[in-house]
Write a protein that binds this ligand. Structure first.
Ligand SMILES: NC(=O)c1ccc[n+]([C@@H]2O[C@H](COP(=O)([O-])OP(=O)(O)OC[C@H]3O[C@@H](n4cnc5c(N)ncnc54)[C@H](O)[C@@H]3O)[C@@H](O)[C@H]2O)c1
Ligand SMILES: [Zn+2]
Length: 328
């Protein structure tokens, strides 16, 4: 079950009690724990902030903590933090005793509209991000926009990129709300775009691929920047590229609306990365199907499809635009 609302985090105690676990362990982002003390009387495993802690070593360490605390099959893990902690704690819960229950309390905008939903859990491997993982949905997600009051500006705008993505996929009115209203007002609307798609295709065999809009080029740019760009910033560049390709390839006419929304959120138009590095990273993208890149493109706002027939020339132009250079 997913609960939304300012103050909903205060229900954590009763929600846990209702589930009647044999033991509870809270896995908390160290920053968040300081800023927002968890409203639950349970042992806490703090996780230092940062993507580099979403690692196999942290996962192993968490399993050791689970053993030390004597967690059994009826135990409950609570993830309290952003996407890093939700992915890490969720994966530890997925793998311990072949799966124990977990609750997500997402505290960043990105995690509230995206990472905490849909059951994908995992950690990074030195060879690639999110290389190791499992589908293991949380039993409860408590989405409390109250957390967002302390979120740094750059984290907020990164989350807004995913909100714009969800707007293009299935809720065009979000494009008018971002950068104008406080995000707390539209978190639920943005999350529900993902929730309804995931409900129809939980294991990403079809429709769920649409959620990769902006991520084909986004991941390549993120990788090529050596992760200097935040994920959401790279996705913004990827979204702009997808809209440009869509304009030429499938008659998309609302590119300006998407660009304006991203501009209002302070999200970048281009990335200071080498074209060659982006093209190389694109070649390694796991969304490649039978040698051709798959692109998720909008025909119109709210009408998004997967294409595998985008000509190389359009891709080259999009990459050149994304890198802020003229196509060669
Ligand atoms: N599982 C999925 O479906 C899915 C989807 C999208 C992204 N992800 C993953 O999510 C991760 C990124 O998540 P993220 O953007 O939330 O980053 P994050 O978890 O690293 O958090 C970003 C920063 O914000 C801080 N923070 C968190 N909440 C705060 C608050 N309320 N106030 C002040 N500071 C706060 C953290 O300490 C951290 O420094 C990536 O690893 C990505 O792969 C997963
Ligand atoms: Zn994303």
């Amino acid at each position: 079950m997913v609960r939304f609302g300012v103050g909903v985090c205060a229900q954590l105690g009763p929600v846990v009690e209702e589930l009647g676990p044999s033991a509870v362990l809270l896995v908390a982002d160290a920053n968040v724990r300081e800023l927002h003390p968890p409203p639950l009387d349970a042992p806490v495993v703090p996780i230092p902030p940062g993507e580099r802690w979403k690692s196999l070593e942290s996962w192993r360490g968490l399993l050791d903590r689970f053993v030390e605390h004597g967690l059994d099959r009826d135990a409950l893990v609570v993830a309290y933090g952003g996407g890093v902690v939700c992915d890490l704690a969720g994966f530890a819960a997925a793998s311990y005793l072949r799966g124990v229950r977990w609750i997500a309390v997402p505290t960043t905008l990105l995690a509230q509209v995206d990472a905490a939903h849909g059951g994908k859990t995992g950690v990074d491997h030195p060879a690639a991000k999110n290389l190791v993982g499992a589908f293991h949905p949380p039993v409860e997600v408590l989405v409390d926009p109250g957390f967002l009051s302390t979120l740094p500006e750059r984290e907020l705008s990164s989350g807004l990129a995913e909100v714009v993505k969800h707007g293009v996929i299935g809720a065009p009115s979000l494009l008018e709300r971002v950068g104008v209203e406080e995000p707390g007002g539209f978190v639920e609307q943005a999350a529900r775009v993902k929730l309804s798609i995931v409900a129809r295709d939980p294991k990403e065999q079809g429709e769920r691929r649409l959620l990769n809009l902006g991520h084909t080029l986004g991941h390549a740019v993120e990788h090529a920047s050596g992760f200097a760009l935040h994920h959401g910033e790279a996705v913004a560049v990827g979204l702009r590229a997808a809209c440009r390709i869509a304009e030429r390839h499938c008659g998309f006419e609302q590119r300006a609306l998407v660009e304006q929304a991203l501009d209002r959120c302070g999200l970048p138009a281009t990335a200071a990365v080498e074209q060659d590095a982006v093209l190389q990273a694109l070649g390694h993208d796991k969304k490649r199907a039978a040698g051709r890149l798959r692109w998720v493109l909008p025909r119109a706002l709210g009408d998004v499809h997967v294409f595998d027939d985008v000509p190389d020339s359009l891709v080259d132009e999009a990459v050149a635009d994304a890198c802020g250079e003229a196509a060669g």
